[in-house]
Design a protein around this ligand. Structure first.
Ligand code: ACO
Length: 373
């Protein structure tokens, strides 16, 4: 038996959901290269692709859209929990984790629907409660993403906002055997339910090495402030051994293909929005990215550290008017379709994950009574 820290290079599952080639910078989702599908599909179409293996026809799409819309409202238990969490000022992602755990578990199909449809309602309701506003009821006449923005801001969003957020959610919908997906699959492998699996996945996602990075990317851009400061600020971080947020990836050794899709989406969004300040932020981000890549090559030669998904995620979500505290919750809202699809796939495998460990402790310690320790 060999020990691979972080399970690096260990194949833990066979999947038809997504393929990541870190050397070539390729991400394929359900058979489609990311750049072929992310900017075109609705979120509901992506959910169909992951759950059923094909893009839906018109009837299939109507059915799924209706099923998801019907699953959006939250129970009194979940709403009460969110109210209590808001009173205690719990962080958004922690409230989302708690509320996800409170969704009723029925059968796998119903659970998958209530997770994908319920997470946006949870995020929007909590955000409003946290700011002393009443939640906005979901509108079954709106699509998944339009309804999410409506529940957050209380007004029907324009098409450009819906498209920009849809592209983001599609881009992060699935990504091979990442830590949160693996967590979900481990939980389902015990024949536990999908609600438990997604609750665990949210816990894994919130760590700064996984889904918690885009907030710090915005803090970094704000601290840099303008292009003239970029080089000295970044140098100082690297000199003191800090990691630059939004760069490096466990799998990609070239530019993360999701960064390209999101950079394009951010550019298109800022071009359409008459929003000079955010446009300045875009120009600053492009400059910071270029400078950071040069410095990473200087300070960490040969490590092949490139821009990751979080860098342009931060920019796009900020441009959409979302607070950085919503960035990781939004990641969960996108990834939940991937998590549930992996749960469905894992169910068919029906084999418990049970790796080995290498024992590195004592073998024959002798009992010492408490008063002698
Ligand atoms: N800035 C500076 N140095 C870095 C960075 C970075 N962003 N990332 C890695 N390095 C350095 C490490 O310090 C290490 O240096 P050393 O060889 O001198 O010890 C070397 O590059 C290799 O680092 P590893 O930890 O082996 O890289 P790994 O591939 O395991 O880590 C990770 C990937 C965790 C994403 C890392 O690059 C990182 O911390 N990045 C910043 C946080 C971030 O952006 N996270 C979001 C990732 S995307 C996602 O999960 C959706």
């Amino acid at each position: 038996m060999s020990f691979s820290p972080g399970l690096k290079d260990v194949v833990a599952a066979e999947t038809r959901l997504s393929h990541v080639d870190g050397e070539a910078g390729i991400l394929v989702i359900g058979g489609y290269p990311l750049e072929e599908i992310a900017e075109r599909a609705t979120y509901e179409e992506m959910v169909h692709l992951l759950w059923h293996g094909t893009l839906p026809d018109g009837a299939g799409l109507n059915q799924l859209t209706g099923d998801l819309a019907a699953s959006r409202p939250l129970s009194g238990v979940t709403l009460d929990l969110l109210r209590g969490a808001a009173k205690e000022r719990r962080p958004v992602i922690d409230a989302v984790r708690m509320a996800a755990a409170s969704l009723p578990s029925c059968d796998d199909t119903t659970d998958a629907r209530s997770l994908v449809a319920g997470l946006p309602t949870i995020v929007a309701a909590y955000w409003r409660l946290f700011h002393n506003e009443e939640p906005v009821e979901p509108d079954p006449g709106l699509g998944h993403v339009a309804n999410l923005l409506y529940m957050l801001h209380g007004k029907i969003p324009g098409e450009d906002r819906v498209r920009a957020l849809t592209t983001y959610l599609n881009t992060v919908i699935d990504h091979g055997m990442n830590a949160s997906t693996f967590t979900a699959r481990v939980i389902v492998s015990t024949r536990s339910d999908f609600i438990s699996a997604v609750t665990g996945a949210i816990g894994a996602l919130k760590g700064p090495l996984h889904g918690g990075a885009p907030g710090p990317v915005i803090s970094m851009l704000e601290a840099i402030g303008n292009a003239d400061n970029a080089e000295s600020w970044l140098r100082e971080e690297l000199e003191s051994g800090e990691r630059l947020m939004g760069f490096g990836h466990a799998v990609y050794r070239v530019r993360d293909p999701r960064a390209d899709v999101l950079s394009r989406a951010a550019r298109a969004f800022f071009d359409r929005e008459d929003n000079g300040r955010e446009d300045d932020l875009y120009a600053l981000a492009v400059h910071v990215e270029k400078t950071a890549l040069e410095l990473l090559e200087e300070y960490k030669p040969g490590r092949r550290l490139q821009t990751n998904v979080e860098f342009y995620t931060a920019l796009l979500l900020k441009g959409l008017g979302l607070h950085p505290d919503l960035f990781t919750p939004m990641f969960a809202v996108g990834r939940v379709a991937g998590w549930t699809a992996h749960c469905i796939e894992q169910r068919t495998v029906d084999r418990i994950f049970r790796p080995e460990s290498l024992y590195a402790g004592e073998m024959s310690s002798q009992w010492t009574p408490l008063e002698e320790r």
